[in-house]
Design a binder for this molecule. Structure first.
Ligand code: FAD
Ligand code: NAP
Length: 546
């Protein structure tokens, strides 16, 4: 394809023209840039941070690491890249994943097309010119035929609206905006609010440093042990030797991993056999226990059996019975909030310098200048950490003022919840692509596998349009409707809708309660997307409008 970018770097008011604008330079944006370049399209990416990495740039809190095994949580698009990188641990720490993404940026010389420290504030479709007009917080304007939102599902940190939240006089941090220089908690009284995946990784690390750590827990989490370990050369060699088969397995699996669900029901398995399987999977570590049996996500009684196993493990680990009881989740089915994978989380409550403050019967009243007041008392704190999560899946998209054909605003269109066709695009917004958008498996999967699948689909689509001399693509409203019905129907058959999770938007007051990701599985979804493409992009209107 013909390059059509003109750059005048540095000038704040420079007018730019590109084939494609990409928003974000995490796993998704980097690979999108790579594919666009290979197509000969000229792309410009905007990234709010001052470097690549996305999630792994921002989440520098102690204990942060992946919970999908590193060997699987890696790009597959380049064998050369794979062979140039060795993961040091089963679950790599944040710094290593960030180093990997920097390595990718360097190896493929991607930084030259990325404008860092620049936030896209609006994206407006100009019907007459069939172009997106992108504006940034630095005053830049770019016109581009296509716009790809690689802006992340978990990239808008959320500090809750607790009364007095801004009155705290000590140091405070959100885990999703952790200072690059790190934080020294030595000798400090630290409060952590939040016990999701982030809190569970952070708490054991902070406990090792702090004078005293208070954990303010609203909802206890189900967690499985990571059983993290160093990886030796043998591990990579073994993985690489079988790579082709393993990759195919991941791509066609339920979750984009090597967890292959058995055709075996919890309830149809004899109790002793079930116990033996659960024990084995628990000892192997990671999320395997969630994906072995085929009825945990759909049958409440089956789910309860597995939940009971995990609850028993908590009781066996935590010495103080009252603390163990408070740490034990009972109010929602296991797995319907993201399952946590931890290293010594429950063990941490056996330390003398750690106090669990269960909020169920002692809710937070307010944050004060010197700490936090609950209904029953005041906790004096030097530091406060918010491990309180994200405006997930739609947050980054709706922060941008996106306007489609006829000036329709995405915020208005999605007022009752996100609506997409395949999670890849949305009717009324031509030439706008979403990477791992709502309505795709996204956060329910190994995200790298899902990101690559989306980016490949988008790149192949752009090539197909070019080859057919077309330049406009838009999902058709009736196909979008059908897809949303399908997404909702599948979710409705599962237990996921029984939990007040961020998958449902339930962590943000006022956010519509709809189950946003697609539960049909990575493999099924991949096949559906491929069929749509093979069928001439069924469900999309294609046109040439110049
Ligand atoms: P991100 O990495 O979020 O990157 C999006 C980028 O877009 C960000 O850098 C952001 O600054 C930028 N951006 C957003 N809006 C704008 C704008 N308007 N203008 C300019 N730039 C913008 N997934 C897994 O599969 N396995 C894991 O083990 C795992 N661990 C995780 C751990 C943590 C702590 C978190 C928060 C998430 C984790 N995830 C995990 C999910 C993770 O987000 C994805 O795996 C993956 O990193 C997402 O990549 P991305 O490029 O889509 O988005
Ligand atoms: P999260 O799962 O949304 O958890 C936020 C926590 O903060 C919850 O315990 C929540 O309690 C609590 N909270 C929120 N507002 C509160 C308030 N006003 N008062 C008291 N408690 C409050 O966020 P997260 O832990 O950052 O994880 C988000 C996602 O990122 C994960 O689900 C996962 O997909 C990804 N992640 C992965 C890893 C990994 O292991 N690789 C690590 C971190 C994050 P309630 O449950 O009661 O709402």
């Amino acid at each position: 394809m013909m390059p059509s970018v003109t750059h005048s770097a540095g000038a704040a008011d420079a007018a730019l023209d590109a084939d494609v604008v990409v928003v974000g330079a995490g796993f998704a944006g980097l690979y999108m840039l790579y594919r666009l370049r290979a197509l000969g399209m000229r792309a410009i990416a905007f990234e709010a941070a001052d470097d690549v990495g996305g999630t792994w740039y921002f989440n520098r809190y102690p204990g942060c690491r992946c919970d999908v095994e590193s060997l699987m949580y890696s790009y597959s698009f380049s064998e050369e890249l794979r062979r140039s990188w060795t993961w040091s641990e089963r679950y790599a720490p944040q710094a290593e994943i960030l180093a990997y993404l920097r390595h990718v940026a360097e190896r493929f010389d991607l930084r030259r097309d990325i404008r860092f420290s620049t936030r896209v504030v609006s994206a407006v479709y100009d019907e007459g010119r069939n172009r997106w007009q992108i504006a940034t917080d630095r005053g830049e304007q770019v016109a581009a035929r296509f716009c790809v939102m690689a802006s992340g599902c978990l990239s808008v940190p959320r500090k809750p609206g607790i009364p007095g939240v801004d009155s705290f006089a000590g140091e405070w941090y959100h885990t999703g905006q952790w200072p690059a220089a790190g934080v020294d908690f030595s000798g400090k009284r630290v409060g952590v609010i939040g016990t999701g995946s982030t809190g569970l990784q952070l708490i054991p690390q902070v406990a090792k440093q702090a004078r005293h750590l208070y954990v303010f827990q609203r909802t206890p989490a189900y967690s499985l042990p990571a059983k993290n370990r160093p990886l030796g050369p043998g591990d990579s060699a073994e993985f690489n030797a079988a790579y082709g088969t393993l990759l195919e397995t991941m791509r066609h699996s339920l979750t984009g991993t090597l967890h292959v669900m058995k055709d075996q029901s919890v309830l149809a398995t004899a109790p002793e056999e079930r116990e033996r399987i659960c024990e084995r999977l628990w000892n192997e570590g990671g999320a395997g226990l969630m994906y072995y049996f085929n009825d945990i996500a759909v049958d409440a009684a089956a789910n309860e059996e597995i939940a009971r196993f995990v609850r028993r493990k908590i009781k066996e680990t935590v010495k103080d019975p009252a603390t163990a009881q408070a740490l034990t989740p009972t109010e929602y089915p296991i797995g319907t909030k993201r399952i946590c994978i931890d290293i010594d989380y429950f063990e941490t409550y056996n330390r003398d310098n750690v106090t669990l403050v269960p909020l169920a019967h002692d809710p937070i009243e307010k944050i004060t200048a010197h700490g936090l007041r609950t209904a029953h008392g005041h906790y004096d704190l030097d530091c406060l950490v918010f491990a309180t999560g994200y405006d997930a899946l739609t947050g980054a998209l709706l922060q941008i003022d996106i306007r489609g054909a006829g000036g329709e605003s995405l915020r208005d269109k999605w007022q009752a919840g996100p609506r997409t066709y395949l999670g890849l695009g949305t009717a009324g917004f031509p030439n706008l692509f979403l990477v791992t958008g709502p309505g795709s498996p996204s956060v329910l999967s190994n995200m790298v596998v899902s990101i690559e699948q989306h980016v490949d689909w988008i790149a192949d689509c752009l090539k197909a349009l070019h080859d057919r001399k077309l330049n406009r693509i838009e999902p058709r409203a009736e196909f979008e409707e059908e897809w949303m019905n399908h997404v909702n129907e599948i979710a409705g058959h599962t237990l996921f809708v029984r939990a007040a999770s961020w998958y449902m938007g339930a962590n943000i007051p006022g956010k519509p309660r709809v189950f946003m990701p697609y539960l049909g599985g990575v493999g099924v979804y991949r096949r559906k997307c491929a069929e749509v493409a093979a069928d001439g992009y069924r469900g999309f209107d294609l046109a040439s409008v110049d």
